[in-house]
Design a protein around this ligand. Structure first.
Ligand code: UD1
Length: 369
């Protein structure tokens, strides 16, 4: 069975790696990696392939950036041509980025079975481009692999047939478990390289359009971060979107330490040893919960409510008073601790592999009958 796994951006690569490795173990599956090129900078893309020990993509489409419509359309045109030539038996997509949406639409129109990993996740905020990508991709998918009970409920509420929904856990935790093992022996040297001491600094990532595309909003965030950094060291590996905007506005941090985007292993080492994390990323909220590191999410909502309920996450948006008081709780050891989340255990790719085998065997039986 020729399976095409389509990815395009940094957060896709951690979801791809464990599944690609798992599918290669089965004689019946032939997994191919298709990289759309949505993320094209070395440190946003290639470095992740190296860190995750992924091979060069089998197909690289080189789309680059553009408006949402242009980027999505470019990916669609190139994927359609590829699928018509290569005739995959099924297409697997991950998460919620524009590459996911584009692949979902093309796959469906060519009547190829579509499988979505990390389905059912919802922020209920349609001003987020990712939310639109999630809803459309899920509506078109034949098999939906979901990370938690919230996601199951969301899909059922949208009228998705229960037989298509598979609760398998969070595949990003598979990559996290693997990388933690890999960095164990040189975690200290990674911290040393960045001149950091365990639990003595905060880690920041911000790139959502709602936080970094408006100067007024970003100024609020800037003020909060600078205030924190007068007291405790803050390291900010900066996404190119944020970097470009700050440059255009002629803004520079005085106290916050800005660094280039980090490779996965370095980022996880810094996250694990941080006193706290301030972020607007979806993946970082889930990783912080797994690592039991306090996470303050600079958003009014989250597509990962389980991290609020069971994990270490708190929604703080741009509330300076709340953020400063939570950081003081963290320093005093009074912040909540997380508990483990069911099926976030490193075994998600294996569960997906087993389900795919079972379903493909059932299908070939029914064809014979
Ligand atoms: C995308 C995803 C988002 C994900 C994020 C992680 C969508 C809708 N958004 O947002 O869900 O959390 O990736 O990184 O798909 N750029 C570079 N180099 C790169 C990539 C981008 O300079 O390698 C620039 C682009 O030119 C653009 C900006 O960064 O100016 C934003 O890139 P884009 O791919 O549109 O979205 P992200 O903000 O990265």
């Amino acid at each position: 069975m020729k399976l095409f796994l389509v990815v395009g951006t940094r957060p896709n690569f951690m979801k791809l790696a464990p599944l690609w490795r798992e599918l290669r173990k089965y004689r019946d599956f032939d997994p191919y990696v298709v990289h759309t090129g949505q993320h094209y900078d070395y440190e946003m893309s290639q470095v992740f392939f190296e860190d995750l020990e992924l091979p060069e993509p089998d197909f690289y489409l080189g789309v680059g950036s553009g408006t949402h419509a242009k980027q999505t359309a470019d990916i669609m045109v190139r994927l359609e041509e590829l699928f018509l030539n290569e005739k995959p038996d099924a297409v697997i997509v991950f998460g919620d980025v524009n590459s996911t949406l584009a692949a979902a639409i093309v796959t469906s129109k060519l009547l190829i079975p579509l499988y979505h990993v990390e389905a059912g996740v919802r922020s209920f905020d349609r001003t987020m481009p990712e939310e639109i990508n999630r809803v459309v991709t899920d509506a078109l998918s034949h098999m939906l692999f979901v990370p938690d009970d919230f996601a199951v409920k969301n899909l059922k509420n949208e009228g998705i047939d229960e037989s298509k929904i598979f609760l398998v856990g969070n595949i990003m935790m598979d990559s996290l478990v693997t990388i933690l093992d890999k960095i164990r022996s040189h975690e200290e040297s990674i911290l040393k390289k960045h001149k950091l001491n365990p639990k003595k600094y905060g880690l920041v990532t911000l790139h959502r359009p709602s936080n970094v595309d408006s100067r007024d909003t970003f100024l609020k965030i800037y003020d909060i971060l600078e205030t924190i950094a007068e007291d405790i060291e803050l390291v900010f590996p900066m996404h190119p979107r944020t970097g470009k905007n700050m440059k255009n506005w002629g803004m520079e941090f005085k106290h916050v330490r800005v660094v280039d985007p980090l490779m996965y292993s370095e980022f996880i080492a810094l996250q694990k040893n941080a006193l706290f994390v301030i972020t607007d990323s979806g993946g970082v909220q889930t990783e912080s919960s797994f690592l039991n590191v306090p996470c303050l999410t600079a958003r009014p909502n989250t597509e990962w409510p389980i991290t609020l309920e069971k994990g270490t996450n708190t929604l703080v948006n741009h509330d300076k008073e709340l953020i400063l008081s939570l950081i003081s709780d963290i320093k005093d050891g009074n912040y909540k601790t997380g508990e483990s989340i069911p099926l976030w255990d490193g075994g998600t790719a294996k569960r997906i592999g087993e389900i795919l085998v079972r379903e493909s065997e059932a299908e070939s039986e029914s064809r014979k009958a």
